[in-house]
Design a protein around this ligand. Sequence first.
Ligand SMILES: CC(=O)N[C@H](C=O)[C@@H](O)[C@H](O)[C@H](O)CO
Ligand SMILES: CC(=O)C(=O)O
Length: 302
Amino acid sequence: GKWEREINFSVIGQYVDYLVKEQGVKNIFVNGTTGEGLSLSISERRRVAEEWVTKGRNKLDQVVIHVGALSLKESQELAQHAAEIGADGIAVIAPFFLKPWNKDVLINFLKEVAAAAPALPFYYYHIPALTGVKIRAEEVLDGIQEKIPTFQGLKFSDTDLLDFGQCVDQNRQRQFAFLFGVDEQLLSALVMGATGAVGSTYNYLGKKTNQMLEAFERKDFSSALNHQFCIQRFINFVVKLGFGVSQTKAIMTLVSGIPMGPPRLPLQKASREFTDNAEAKLRSLDFLSFNDLKDGNLEACS
Ligand SMILES: CC(=O)N[C@H](C=O)[C@@H](O)[C@H](O)[C@H](O)CO
Ligand SMILES: CC(=O)C(=O)O
């Protein structure tokens, strides 16, 4: 029915409380991949951003709005809007239909968007597998601060740890944020110098991931690795079933109890079979709190 095609803005406030209290997540990246930002209309993106900023006030540390779009003008409108509503930063992906063919062209585009919100920290969202723009992040970062004075850092959603490591190594003096976006490899990225993480699984494995971050902080690397392996067991399991944004949404509903609704076309709702299997796996790994399999559960991860 129609309700299934519209955004349910009314659960966002509830979801803020859930993330803060149950997952220990206090920074939000809005309208990105998981939020299907590129499948929303501009007016929907504005309203979603407003809702997160408003409901997150005094609860969240930072709300960063993804404002990337194929149209530079739309992107600028969203950037300006993010500034008006008091967001803490904006992020932009590379335009992905008519594509920038080199680093300078990409930076020229990013610069025009950043200029529409001259007081907001700006992040480049590097996600080559989805944009098809394969320009290495290390190249994009080279000299970017001279062109984009508000440049604050990078959300790096790629498995190329050579590129990621070089982003960190070549910008050591600059205090950029290096936010890693491949949740199953976060520990390796922390070793390389990641300063934060943005990812879909933190919606439901936030608490678990925070335990890994705490272990890493206290230099308890064997325990950090145990946490990462536990997270990998789950992600590896769902990847084999077929894992994407639709499936993430189903797991978010399952774990939080807050209805995320179906994804929007061209995505299709995750199958019942997927959700049942994912739930069984979450329980066997002890990622769902009410666990009745505890005795003799060799896989449990807590
Ligand atoms: C392509 C994609 O959705 N990437 C997400 C964030 O960037 C990640 O959080 C992954 O969903 C996660 O690492 C599981 O592979
Ligand atoms: C998961 C993530 O980083 C995004 O939704 O963009």
